[in-house]
Design a protein around this ligand. Structure first.
Ligand code: GDP
Ligand code: IMO
Ligand code: MG
Length: 428
């Protein structure tokens, strides 16, 4: 059976882009099913580094046709910019290789302004969003007054709809004491971008189903991560879409019978960008050590926003939850190389509140804030891993670290990544 769903197992930035790029080498179709340009997926191809926000990583593999499914939200101006940047880097991007669902929703300038207004109104309690207008766009979708990508096919009607939408949103902005936006000025750039995207519009669900019936291999490239899921993440510090496995089916419009592989991607430690609970979070020198210096692309600074990521030890309670929510059939572990140089590593294996162990995840947001982790200590290793290419060449303590994670999760780990480059993968 030909569909693989790739899902972030933590709070995003697990290395989904680099893993999708690897799986895409064997895929005919690569599809994004949720989120928008809040995502930032970094892929190294030789001397080039690509930072993809909306377009699936499969675009870097000539054989793959890429889709943005109905579950995604699209900022037309940023989408056109990304297409042009890819073309300038020598990547072929045309309607034969990239398709946009007519049912995807549009992010407008008003959505971005509303996102900013809502974050500033929250003050210290802010979500820490990427300010890309994601929440307001999904709010309009579920409120049944959003703009859909299919409307871009008729420039005049799209301009009209955008104008009406902006004037309505301005009332909300003024209620929130935020500056209203000029509906004419914002429309011009958007209508121009929409006209450029018109040739890419199609019924992506019909396309994916016809390809599946032919026996094509489909890769569903997740964005964000399980703990950012609107239902399963630590609400309200989440995004507004469903990055988990079910989101792939609703976000693309095909059935569960086609899925034979659900690949979870996790870093060998934990990071989070934005607010919200993070039980195994570290501070001081240890956090700085995991974050890196900011000199390398792979250091822990947000791909989309440049914000320093919060860093901590691996949290197995959360990963076990992610494995259950998504039904992972395997886990890929990334950034193992970053853990070289520690005498010992800590793995979060349980949570307690006021000294009492709890079962699984806390039930309420209030409890979540009070959780402290219980750690298991395992030996580390000092050898650099960047040039390791075989399982046998990994230090035995690194193999033991992977095996311990696999045992605790009751999930196979066949693949680990030891650097951002295409060939820096080790398979068991
Ligand atoms: P995504 O959002 O899940 O695709 O992840 P990001 O691209 O935002 O962040 C992952 C970062 O780690 C990127 O800069 C990758 O190039 C980098 N990366 C991925 N895998 C590895 C790895 O195994 N080792 C190192 N050092 N960096 C990696
Ligand atoms: P990739 O695909 C990491 C986080 C934001 C914030 C919360 C809500 O690169 O893994 P939003 O702008 O979506 O309303 O923000 O979600 N967030 C991400 N964090 N990686 C991402 O994407 C993220 N997309 C959203 O930081 O905490
Ligand atoms: Mg990212």
């Amino acid at each position: 059976m030909p569909a693989t769903i790739l899902v972030g197992a933590q709070w995003g930035d697990e290395g989904k882009g680099r893993v999708a790029d690897w799986l895409a080498s064997d895929s005919d179709v690569v599809a994004r099913y949720a989120g928008g340009d809040n995502a930032g997926h970094t892929v190294y191809v030789g001397s080039q580094v690509f930072k993809l926000h909306l377009i699936p990583s499969g675009i870097l593999r000539e054989r793959a046709v890429c889709l943005l499914g109905n579950g995604t939200v699209i900022n037309p101006v940023n989408m056109v910019r990304e297409i042009e940047e890819l073309r300038a880097a020598g990547v072929a991007v045309d309607p034969q290789r990239l398709m946009i669902s007519t049912r995807a929703h549009i992010i407008t300038p008003a959505h971005i302004a509303l996102d900013k207004a809502s974050e500033s109104a929250l003050g210290a309690g802010k979500i820490g969003t990427t300010l890309r207008g994601i929440g307001p766009a999904y709010t309009d979708k579920t409120n049944r007054n959003g703009l859909r990508a299919g409307q871009m096919a008729d420039s005049e009607a799209f301009a009209d709809a955008l104008y009406k939408h902006t004037t309505t949103a301005n009332q909300r902005l003024m209620r929130d004491n935020a500056e209203p936006i000029d509906p004419h000025q914002s429309a011009v750039e958007y209508v121009e971008a929409a006209a450029k995207l018109k040739p890419f519009l199609c019924d992506t669900s019909a396309y994916i189903n016809s390809r599946l019936k032919e026996g094509a291999r489909v890769l569903c490239e997740g964005a964000q991560g399980t703990m950012l899921d609107i239902d399963h993440g630590d609400y309200p510090f989440v995004t507004s879409s469903s990055p988990t496995v079910g989101g792939a089916l609703t976000g693309l419009g095909f059935g569960a019978k086609w899925v034979d592989r659900v690949v979870g991607v996790a870093k060998a430690f934990s990071t989070r960008v934005g607010s919200g609970p993070f039980p195994t979070e570290l501070d001081g020198a240890l956090a700085d050590r995991l974050r890196g210096t900011g000199e390398n692309f792979w250091d822990e600074f947000g791909t989309t926003t440049g914000r320093p990521r919060r860093c901590g030890w691996l949290d197995l309670i959360m990963l076990k939850y992610a494995a259950d929510v998504n039904g992972f059939t395997e886990l890929v572990l990334t950034k193992l190389d970053v853990l070289s140089g520690f005498d010992e590593l800590l793995i979060g294996v349980g949570y307690q509140i006021d000294g009492t162990m709890i079962h699984g995840l806390p039930l309420t947001t209030a409890e979540q804030a009070r959780v402290t982790p219980v750690y298991e200590r395992v030996p580390g290793w000092h050898e650099p891993l960047g040039s390791v290419r075989t399982w046998a060449a990994l230090p035995h303590t690194a193999r033991a670290y992977i095996d311990r994670i696999s045992d605790l999760l009751e999930l196979p780990i066949h693949t680990v990544s030891v650097g951002p480059e295409r060939d820096q993968l080790v398979q068991r």
